[in-house]
Design a protein around this ligand. Structure first.
Ligand code: UT7
Length: 321
């Protein structure tokens, strides 16, 4: 049986960190104390006008390829998870493929599952690799959420940031992804959305992110607990067999509540939301890369990556790193 294994990780945060006090200085009606206490967020990164999601994706991808001693041409599948693509079309993945210099006819496409997008993309890549159709996939989460924020809405604008994370997933004899699960319930579309679009040369609807924070909080903690147990059950493993839990980095309180519900010790939860805020589809590969590079996540360890986001969508991947 062909396994699909993460062989390298990379990430990228644009520009300088922007602190909570910097937001106050820019005129947002908030405070460092409120943001830190309610969310754990201390900094976020905002993309300069000269860069787009594909540029962030490129930097994260190059970091991952370098970490794996690989060249762009070694990749035969490019998947980008994003809700803030450069264009309506072509896909950010196609633009990334061209920027990587591998516009060679191999498959490239975007996945739109908001903050669960990286889990969706990784699971899709796993299926491609296990089927034998592809050998090495670049799976990227890349977001410029700063461009869909209403900077007069303090209930949302302080929460999000920009960034990108990437992994290289490869066909292997060694176990890698042990189990995965994807879910969606579109009846919750109204609690977190950007309900806008373009038509006839005009913006239609509302082009800004809107959220019912408390409804999202409750839903997120419930499904992050459920889906982590689902992948453990599928792999016939227990919480005690787990080395690391890497949830979507939305809010420190969601991460803590999820860990408590699962009975996972807080020191087994990778938390990077303080450094970059909620970067949607980029947050899980960003957190994974930071923890790999600082030596916490080691080869052979068991890790759950899990996400939840607009749609609502949610999912998890249990892997042996
Ligand atoms: O990928 C998933 C993304 N979504 C999330 O992670 C969001 C999940 N939800 C949450 O994390 C929390 O609901 C929030 C952090 C968004 C909000 O925390 P909360 O405890 O639910 O606060 P709230 O919305 O009930 O607001 C409490 C107060 C209100 O003031 P009053 O009415 O009590 O006077 C808000 O106006 O806090 C006020 N408030 C703020 N104050 C200072 C809301 N945002 C801010 C702010 N700074 N940025």
């Amino acid at each position: 049986m062909i396994n699909a294994r993460i062989v390298a990780t990379g990430s990228y945060l644009p520009g300088e960190p922007v602190s909570n006090d910097d937001l106050v200085a820019r005129g947002v009606d908030t405070s460092d104390a409120w943001i830190t206490e309610r969310t754990g967020i201390r900094f976020r990164h905002l993309t300069p006008a000269s860069q787009s999601a594909s540029d962030l994706a490129l930097n994260a991808s190059l970091a991952a390829l370098e970490a794996g001693g690989l060249r762009p041409a070694d990749v035969d599948l490019v998947i980008v998870a994003t809700s803030t693509p450069d264009y309506i079309f072509p896909s950010t993945a196609a633009l990334l493929q061209a920027k990587l210099g591998i516009a060679n006819g191999s498959a490239a496409f975007d996945v739109q599952a908001v903050c669960s997008g990286f889990i969706y993309g990784l699971t899709i890549a796993e299926k491609f690799i296990r089927s034998g159709s592809h050998k090495r996939a670049l799976v990227v989460g890349a977001e410029v959420f700063s461009r869909i924020l209403d900077w007069t809405d303090r209930g949302t604008c302080v929460l999000f940031g920009d960034g990108a994370g990437a992994v290289v997933l490869e066909a292997s004899d060694t176990p890698g992804i042990l189990a995965s699960a994807l879910h969606a319930d579109g009846s919750y579309h109204g609690i977190l959305s950007v309900a806008g679009g373009i038509a006839s040369g005009q913006v239609t609807g509302d082009p800004f992110l809107r959220m019912d924070g408390q409804a999202v909080f409750k839903f997120a903690v419930k499904v992050l607990g459920e889906v982590a147990n689902e992948v453990l059950d599928a792999a016939k493993l227990q919480i005690a067999d787990l080395d690391w839990l890497i949830p979507h980095q939305a809010n420190a309180r969601i991460l803590q509540a999820t860990a408590k519900r699962l009975g996972v010790s807080p020191d087994k939860v990778i938390m990077t939301v303080d450094r970059h805020g909620n970067t949607s589809a980029a947050s899980i590969p960003l957190a994974l890369d930071l923890a790999v590079r600082d030596g916490r996540v080691q080869r052979g360890q068991r890790v759950i990556l899990e996400g939840v986001g607009g749609g609502f969508t949610w999912g998890a991947v249990l892997l042996q790193f």
